[in-house]
Design a protein around this ligand. Structure first.
Ligand SMILES: NC(=O)C1=CN([C@@H]2O[C@H](COP(=O)(O)OP(=O)(O)OC[C@H]3O[C@@H](n4cnc5c(N)ncnc54)[C@H](OP(=O)(O)O)[C@@H]3O)[C@@H](O)[C@H]2O)C=CC1
Ligand SMILES: Nc1nc2c(ncn2[C@@H]2O[C@H](COP(=O)(O)O)[C@@H](O)[C@H]2O)c(=O)[nH]1
Length: 330
């Protein structure tokens, strides 16, 4: 067996970061901003490009307020108008594409009409594929000024291949999502060892990585940064808000919102190649409060890391504390 497959598998709950001496007077001094593409965002966090997580209104609010966003690709015919609408408001446009033949026509249309989004994300379950590589090359040829993220992937080899094809960033995570059943349905993925997969991929990456899936606590954002993420994509933690597109459901007086996977029967409209499910997540009020709390928690993380910005987190020591030990304290 190669080293690669026998390497230590760990996930978010198995890791704790080791504090360094604090050098700031207040957590307010800690700078959580991150440059991604040509823009700088308030925090290294982006709501998942899923229909149950983001819609037009939320995209506008995020862009207006200094956050990165990626619109989903599930109403393909609306995407050109979406880009125009964002540009009319003076905001950046960030969309998703797939790899079907019709997507090449869409890219041709954008190039011909000069409707140029600032960001495109290629959103495919298994991104380590010749068809994704072909799409990367096509987009970079037709829309060279657009910052292109490609995913999703799980290995250093995939990072290298997609970067070499021209991707400006890659997105790591196959199967760690909350609404995901890929591991159960196929036996594959990074579910249960997403953080170790991120670490492995970051050793190969020359360009930014997005960690995608498996975030259950705000502290997992700092852990993702420690293990190489420039940006952290989050679905379930963002799906329960007032602004989230899912329906509000009340059961026994407790409020929930619907969260469904992009490869669920609900999303696909048919039970074909289903690798996702629909579920309820607790209602959490306004997303603005959650984003503010994430920023405050990250500021604390920077303080514990002994620095003034995110770069301090990237180099802290860590220990592996098996979650079974931690759970014993509960
Ligand atoms: N991050 C994750 O772990 C996962 C995310 N998802 C999300 O679900 C949505 C649907 O994704 P997806 O299933 O890629 O849908 P798509 O319909 O976009 O499929 C992508 C293309 O790749 C082909 N393909 C070949 N092998 C695979 C494979 N193993 N998995 C997926 N496609 C394959 C598909 O053909 P054909 O359909 O004929 O096979 C299709 O043409 C996306 O938003 C994706 O991000 C889904 C699963 C896992
Ligand atoms: N295997 C599947 N993964 C999915 C599906 N829909 C979305 N996703 C991925 O999950 C993350 C969000 O993860 P979370 O832990 O924060 O909830 C998302 O960005 C996608 O990569 C799906 O149907 N199946």
């Amino acid at each position: 067996m190669s080293n690669y497959f026998s390497m230590e598998a760990f996930d978010y709950d198995d890791i704790q970061l080791v504090p360094n001496k604090c050098i700031i007077k207040s957590r307010k001094e800690a700078d959580t901003s991150v440059k991604f593409g040509s823009r700088t965002f308030k925090i290294p966090v982006v709501p998942a490009n899923m229909e149950s997580v983001i819609d037009d209104d939320l995209a506008i609010w995020l862009a207006e307020n200094g956050y990165y966003y990626v619109m989903h690709r599930f109403y393909p015919e609306k995407r050109a108008d979406f880009i125009k609408m964002m540009h009319d408001k003076g905001l950046f446009a960030s969309i998703s594409v797939g790899i079907k033949d019709s997507e090449y026509d869409f890219i041709d249309y954008l190039a011909k009409e000069k409707i140029i989004p600032e960001y495109i994300t290629i959103d495919v379950a298994h991104g380590h594929s010749d068809y994704v590589i072909k799409m990367i090359k096509y987009i970079k040829d037709k829309l060279p000024d657009t910052f292109l993220t490609a995913g999703n992937i799980a290995t250093p080899e995939a990072v290298r291949e997609l970067e070499n094809a021209g991707a400006d960033a890659t997105k790591v995570g196959v199967g760690p999502g909350r609404a995901c059943i890929t591991k159960l349905k196929t036996g594959f993925g990074t579910g249960g060892w997403q953080l170790a997969a991120l670490r492995m991929c970051s050793k190969a990456a020359r360009k930014p990585l997005i960690a995608d899936g498996g975030i259950r606590h705000n502290g997992d954002i700092a852990k993702s940064v420690r293990f190489g993420a420039s940006m952290v994509m989050i679905g379930s933690l963002f799906a329960g808000h007032e602004e989230s597109p899912g329906n509000l459901i009340t059961i026994d007086g407790k409020r929930y919102k619907q969260y469904w996977g992009s490869a669920s029967e609900v999303q696909k409209g048919a039970y074909r190649n289903v690798e996702g499910k629909q579920m309820l997540v607790p209602y959490r009020g306004s997303i603005k409060d959650t984003l503010r709390e994430m920023q405050e928690d990250l500021q604390s993380s920077i303080s514990y890391a002994g620095g003034k910005d995110l770069s301090a987190i990237r180099v802290v020591d860590y220990v592996i504390v098996k979650s079974s030990i931690f759970d014993g304290d509960k």
